[in-house]
Design a binder for this molecule. Sequence first.
Ligand SMILES: C[S@@+](CC[C@H](N)C(=O)[O-])C[C@H]1O[C@@H](n2cnc3c(N)ncnc32)[C@H](O)[C@@H]1O
Length: 256
Amino acid sequence: MTSTEHSRRKYDLLADRYEDLFFYVADLGRRLVDLAAPAAGDRVLDVGAGRGAVARAALAAGCAVTAVDSSPGMCRRLAADHPTLTVRQCDAGALDVPDGSFDLVTAGFVVQVLDDPARALAEFHRVLAPGGRVAVSLERQTVGRLGWLHELNRRYFGGGTGAEPMTADQLDGLLTAAGFTAPARTGAHAPKTLDGPDRLWTWLGDQGLADAVAALPPATAQRFRAEFHDGARRMHAEGGIVLEFGATLHLAATPG
Ligand SMILES: C[S@@+](CC[C@H](N)C(=O)[O-])C[C@H]1O[C@@H](n2cnc3c(N)ncnc32)[C@H](O)[C@@H]1O
């Protein structure tokens, strides 16, 4: 299976629960559209639209919105939930839309999951009218008070894939290399308090931790669960279980 097929399958499986699991995307989708401040009637293309966190906000601002995603499951849900959206299934690196046909391209938490982000940004540039703008959000990795959990994961599951997440500077560099001018960015936080250790276990379990723990030898899995619950109980007692989600929101333009 290629990484593109793998990604499509992953998001298909997540489609029904996506915005429940990733609680921050709706709020940050609104903030990305607020930053771009499109005028009513602007033609907006939302790439990697998912369940519509960004597209919804652009619709609410009175824009004419086309939403594209490579996952058929996401596209099905987008079309069913938002009848006023134009929905297309296509790849960010080969957008099925004419040159110069949009005023604003948005992409919420998409660029960093692509195999070839430079190619996608070149496509964003191609489909924008002169003076058009691009608004992109990027997840910022923050450990914060969850250091104990990162350490636990490292001990039981190793050091991860080795792929370093894209930084905000790298994204601004890619925007400039694609021909966008004056990239500007702002930070955004979306903290969420979970009401106890069991809720943290369920939230992470839904994102794959439950399967990963179930694949460990039974005695090791039992030790992991015990250590997890000790860590989570301590965190809960010492200020609560707060997930500190952070992002940067980037805005740039094509030459007018
Ligand atoms: C992290 S989700 C973000 C969804 C949405 N933009 C939001 O802010 O909630 C990434 C989305 O990009 C889509 N995606 C991944 N690779 C893609 C590609 N090559 N072309 C188009 N969409 C892609 C996924 O199917 C998924 O819906």
